[in-house]
Design a protein. Structure first.
Lengths: 111, 113
């Protein structure tokens, strides 16, 4: 099983749609979880951290299920500007904070 | 803006030549990282540093070396570049002891011909 697995997509959705991405991770000792966003030919940028209780930031909601080793990202009311690749990221070790990145899920939002 | 710059931003070099990429940060962060990103592989850690002169290998360190002689600079060297090292290289920093998220520089696009 790969360390962090994501559906590569692309997910094609119209503006205003709700879309959900899922991610699974293999290391049950993982401590921290994140979603990053990466635009074409740009660096990854932190979108949000994912907390055990779930967290929301505007139109974005992240959920963590430790028992199933599963992370999700929900985007409501999609905008054209949400088109990007979304990377699921896990901190598998506590010391020195190395991160393991999923390969990303591509989202294309159309008018 | 995490105050990270990378140089050069683009480079084309020939197989067998040495190449050094520079990552510079202005905010005195202790932890710095080098990644490469390739289609079908995502971001993979090459080397990282947890202080001046303190470095360790990541998952794809073969063919690469690093140096950190001062806090603000983390250098990645390809001793003898190969075509398989054609990639986009990202530097990142981790801002704090209790935080695990990382922030990335703009990247260096390296082509080895």
């Amino acid at each position: 099983r790969k360390e962090v697995e994501q559906d590569p997509g692309p997910f094609n959705v119209p503006e205003g749609a709700t879309v959900a991405f899922n991610c699974t991770y293999s290391n049950s000792a993982s401590q921290s979880f994140f979603w990053y966003r990466q635009d074409c030919r740009k660096e990854p940028k932190l979108l949000m951290s994912v907390y055990s209780s779930g967290n929301e930031d505007g139109r974005f909601t992240a959920q963590l299920n430790r028992a199933s080793q599963y992370i999700s990202l929900l985007i409501r009311d999609s905008k054209l500007s949400d088109s990007a690749t979304y990377l699921c990221v896990v901190n598998p070790r506590g010391r020195y904070s190395t991160l393991t990145f999923g390969k990303g899920t591509m989202l294309l939002v159309s008018p | 803006d995490a105050g990270i710059t990378q140089s050069p931003r683009h480079k084309v070099t020939e197989t067998g030549t040495p190449v050094t990429l520079r990552c510079h940060q202005t905010e005195n962060h202790r932890y710095m990282y080098w990644y490469r990103q390739d289609p079908g592989h995502g971001l993979r850690l090459i080397h990282y540093s947890y202080g001046v002169k303190d470095t360790d290998k990541g998952e794809v360190s073969d063919g690469y070396s690093v140096s950190r002689s001062k806090t603000e600079d983390f250098l990645l060297t390809l001793e003898s570049a190969t075509s398989s090292q054609t990639s986009v290289y990202f530097c990142a920093i981790k801002p704090g002891q209790g935080l695990h998220e990382q922030y990335f520089g703009p990247g260096t696009r390296l082509t080895v011909t």
